[in-house]
Design a protein around this ligand. Structure first.
Ligand code: NAP
Length: 557
């Protein structure tokens, strides 16, 4: 019996990862389609349209590197692109490469089941559509499943309420309103200064103080753009060597190399430069040497004490001594601490006196204190890394779901594949490095494309990572993790450890060993013929039709 798959590749998600993967599939002559839950492309940059949303990566590396003309033609307006600018860029890419015809919007994937007899995936959407494909690639993003507010009283709240991660298309009017923001992670820290500028009163509910580094955004001049474009080869070369996949230089020094006076000067200069350069270009041992880390942590606390005029508010904004810098993902701020000098802004500490519930008129704390509000903004974070994947019923060999397999935390090979889940790949899945997303997507999409091409070219029907490779990668991740300050994040509810979600176990769900070694391993997998993967042919399964028609070039690995 012949079993014809409709598609070589079905991709879930039309953000950076899905768009890049679609391009990769097409250039290899694979038939591909993208299913996207949103009503437009953009992924995280479609949903997180709250005021102040912008990247923490510099624009010239927050983009695709696969096409020189695309790179040369696009003009980034600012150092850090805003949400509308990033989404405009992604829409431009989709149009330029005529991708719309292969992207289905408003299509949420509900389930995907691997048929072991036919070596095919059957994917079911929310509307009941069924698609059969040889390989399934998820590009669902690490931060795309928001946490719902856990307050039963919210249903009776008479005011407006919003999630930063599900911000409406229509403008939200803060003028003359008493607004609350719950959450002081990267999202809260971006939205707070802008709401404060307009709202009658802004009350910020803070459970854990964070280290916000000034972003120091600026408008790019034509001459700066010209300079960036002329150096692109060098820029991507820098990215490939840099720990977080950014165009920065290593500090080439550790904390103990310099005197206390030199340290202060270096940190002051880096604070002026702003952004991730603050910690990536000062000392290379910030995340491994507690003394180096404490120096940076205390430097930021002192900046907070200098900027914020009310000493009690300043102390509340200072992260506690058991919170090393970076143990939670450091956010970038645009006049964040300055906002607390405004007369219309209050900071409420809910670390020991937690929010009890939302009432009809506002928020009530455990001790009975009530806040009357017209609007509540929840910047309360995500069921990160695994959430978007485990919310889909993905079943591999033996019928076991990914959610069941990952009960104690995800275990992947290079954030790309999972044993027992044949013909399934992830672009930037759980266990990715803590790094610039577009930089990570590039080698991941290329290698995944190479694996699928190999399957097709050899008329094979199944590819699966061997469990030993998953074990080896996880041993490595544990070794990296245990050599850093990152374990301190567990008690601080760091999203990358899963402890921000009640009852969730993530284990070591990120690679803290840096971008370059990971990217090298991903590329080596393809270059060395996928030695950690088993390719096989099921005689009852029909190989992909495209195999007969399309030949790929030797440079396609
Ligand atoms: P987040 O970092 O997890 O922060 C969530 C915030 O909500 C925390 O301050 C948390 O407090 C608070 N919170 C959650 N539940 C609460 C409750 N019941 N009561 C009081 N406070 C509560 O989430 P995020 O800010 O959305 O950022 C997540 C990640 O998305 C970032 O780290 C970043 O990687 C990415 N992101 C990037 C950008 C950018 O690049 N510019 C912008 C936004 C987001 P606790 O800390 O006490 O748990």
């Amino acid at each position: 019996m012949m079993h014809e798959p409709e598609l070589d590749v079905l991709i879930i998600g039309a953000g950076f990862g899905g768009i890049r993967m679609l391009h990769e599939a097409r250039r290899r002559g694979l038939s591909a389609r993208v299913l996207e839950a949103g009503d437009d492309v953009g992924g995280a940059w479609h949903w997180n349209r709250y005021p102040g949303a912008r990247t923490d990566s510099e624009s010239w590396v927050y983009c695709f590197a696969f096409d020189k003309d695309l790179q040369d033609d696009w003009d980034w307006p600012e150092r850090y692109p805003s949400q509308p600018q990033v989404q405009a860029y992604l829409k431009h890419v989709v149009e330029r490469f005529d991708m719309h015809r292969d992207i289905e919007l408003n299509t949420r994937v509900e389930a995907a089941v691997f048929d072991e007899d036919r070596d095919l995936w059957t994917v079911t959407t929310e509307s009941g559509q069924r698609i059969v494909c040889r390989t399934l690639v998820s590009a669902t993003g690490p931060l795309s499943a928001p946490q719902e507010p856990p307050y039963p009283g919210l249903a009776d709240f008479q005011g407006e309420w919003y999630l930063t991660a599900r911000w409406p298309h229509e403008p939200v009017d803060f003028a003359g309103k008493r607004v609350a923001v719950i959450g002081t992670g990267a999202s809260g820290i971006q939205v707070i200064p802008l709401v404060a500028a307009v709202a009658e009163r802004l009350t910020v509910f803070q459970r854990t103080a964070n280290y916000a580094i000034p972003a120091r955004n600026y408008v790019l001049d034509d001459l700066q753009r010209q300079s960036i474009k002329s150096r692109y080869n060098e820029i991507w070369e820098q990215v490939s060597r840099q720990a977080m996949g950014m165009a920065m230089n290593p500090a080439n020094r550790v904390f103990s190399d310099v005197t206390p006076e030199q340290r202060q000067r270096l940190l002051e200069a880096a604070w002026e430069e702003g952004g991730f350069r603050f910690f990536l270009e000062t000392f290379d041992d910030v995340f491994v040497d507690p003394e180096s880390n404490e120096a940076i942590s205390e430097f930021i606390r002192n900046k907070i004490r200098t900027i914020v005029k009310d000493p009690a508010t300043a102390e509340l904004l200072c992260p506690k001594p058991d919170h090393p810098f970076g143990a939670k993902r450091p956010p970038l701020g645009n006049f964040y601490y300055e906002t607390f000098n405004r007369d219309n802004v209050d900071l409420v500490d809910v670390s020991s006196n937690a929010i009890d519930d939302v009432t009809e008129t506002g928020i009530r704390l455990m001790d009975g204190t009530e806040y009357e509000l017209d609007m509540i903004i929840f910047a309360t974070g995500f069921d990160a890394l695994t959430g978007a994947l485990t919310r889909i019923d993905i079943r591999g060999r033996g019928g076991r779901s990914l959610a069941e397999k990952w009960q104690d935390g995800p275990r992947t090979h290079l954030a790309m594949a999972v044993d027992e889940f044949p013909n399934f790949f992830m672009v930037a899945g759980p266990q990715i490095p803590f790094a610039n997303a577009p930089a990570m997507i590039e080698p991941a999409a290329t290698t995944i494309g190479a694996a699928i091409s190999q399957l097709r070219d050899k008329n094979q029907t199944r590819v699966e990572v061997v469990p030993e490779a998953v074990e080896e990668y996880n041993n490595l991740l544990h070794a990296f993790y245990n050599a850093t300050i990152f374990p301190a994040g567990a008690k601080l509810r760091a999203w990358w450890l899963g402890t921000n979600v009640e009852g969730k176990t993530l284990g070591v769900a990120m690679n803290f060993g840096g971008f370059p070694t990971w990217a090298e391993s991903v590329k080596a997998e393809a270059a060395e013929g996928f030695e950690h993967y088993r390719f096989s042919t099921n005689p009852d399964a029909q190989p992909s039709q495209a195999a007969a028609e399309v030949k790929t070039g030797a440079d396609m690995t």
